[in-house]
Design a protein around this ligand. Structure first.
Ligand code: HXC
Ligand code: NAP
Length: 272
């Protein structure tokens, strides 16, 4: 189920918007009448996404760019603005991930994820600023619970997403006076996505029964995240900026549990 908010003729640009959660966000805005630009590396992903988004009858544009390349991001931004005008909503969601223990991770492997998730987000926001509708423009960064909850085999993603959260807050401070709101969405485990498959299929210190860790008892859906994006970009959220908003069924709260269990075990050992 999707909420109904009007984005007719708004220009929404989604980096990493050709698959998964970010594509779901692009689709939600297209459904609400927005002109949508999606950007990612692979031409086949861009073409498929544009064809699917075109079904909603609105205007759609697709551009290939790697967020690690500052100039390529600038060219993508310029092309999107030339087609559809200044940017009303910017989503920065490109990300990469794999499971690897830090002691086995190469410097290049660590750097690849930090470059995509964190440096890439800086590139996207830095290149967008001049083209954002001011006042009224909205930035949504896509972060993850690992930004504050440490997770084994995720040193790169944890470090990168922690940086994304803090970048969100700093730019909310700096860009607020220009009338821009900057927020981040932190999805929990989202069913049928690449990110979820990569963590669960390989274990991630997680049994695979990940809804057992979610108080609401289910995995999230792409629509859950898309609905939050619509809300945060809408006038209903006009006083929300600098926030990292979880959409995880309460899952992040459960990270406290193992800590308490460990503390209980330590107390038992001490008392024995
Ligand atoms: C160890 C690995 C590795 C692996 C890559 N590397 N995969 N190391 N284990 N499984 C190392 C490589 O050996 C190399 O280091 C370095 O990482 C760069 O790898 P490349 O393949 O050359 O990089 P590139 O082609 O740029 O691809 C980037 C990528 C790739 C991140 C490695 O997986 C990718 O493009 N991913 C995009 C799709 C994706 O990951 N989606 C999920 C994102 S969201 P050396 O030293 O050998 O040169 C997400 C969040 C979930 O996961 C959060 C849930 C709570
Ligand atoms: P996904 O389908 O793999 O989406 C990643 C997107 O980013 C793809 O469109 C990919 O397209 C693009 N991309 C990757 N590297 C890029 C680069 N260097 N430059 C430009 N584009 C690039 O993954 P997802 O699971 O839906 O995740 C989407 C977002 O949600 C990510 O920010 C992720 O960290 C976050 N998240 C996901 C979950 C989850 O459960 N899935 C949980 C928490 C947070 P190309 O390959 O064509 O470039």
């Amino acid at each position: 189920m999707q909420i109904d908010l009007d984005f007719a003729d708004r220009h929404v640009v989604v980096f990493g918007g050709t698959t998964g959660i970010n594509f779901g966000i692009a689709q939600a805005f297209a459904r609400q009448g927005a002109r949508v630009t999606v950007v990612s590396r692979k031409r086949e992903n861009v073409e498929e996404a544009c064809a699917a988004l075109g079904q909603f009858g609105g205007q759609v544009n697709g551009v290939c760019a790697d967020v690690r390349d500052f100039d390529a991001v600038g060219r993508a931004m310029a092309a999107s603005v030339a087609a559809f005008g200044d940017i009303d909503v910017l989503v920065s969601g490109a990300a990469g991930n794999f499971l690897c223990e830090a002691k086995d991770m190469s410097s290049n492997g660590f750097r690849a994820v930090v470059d995509i998730d964190l440096v890439g987000t800086f590139h996207v926001l830095r290149q967008a600023f001049a083209h954002m509708s001011k006042p009224g423009g909205v930035v949504l960064n896509i972060t993850a619970p690992q930004s504050s909850i440490p997770m084994r085999f995720q040193a790169h993603a944890c470090a990168a997403k922690a940086g994304v959260d803090q970048l969100t807050r700093v730019l909310a401070l700096e860009w607020g006076p220009a009338g821009l709101r900057v927020n981040a969405i932190s999805p929990g485990p989202i069913a049928q996505t690449e990110g979820f498959k990569r963590l669960i299929a390989n274990g991630a210190g997680n049994s695979g029964d990940s809804n057992a860790n979610v108080p609401l008892g289910r995995l999230g859906s792409v629509d859950d995240i898309a609905n939050l994006a619509l809300f945060l970009a809408s006038p209903y959220a006009s006083y929300i900026s600098g926030a990292v908003v979880s959409c995880d069924g309460g899952g992040a709260l459960d990270s406290v549990k193992p800590t308490l269990e460990a503390a209980g075990a330590r107390a038992t050992q001490t008392n024995a």
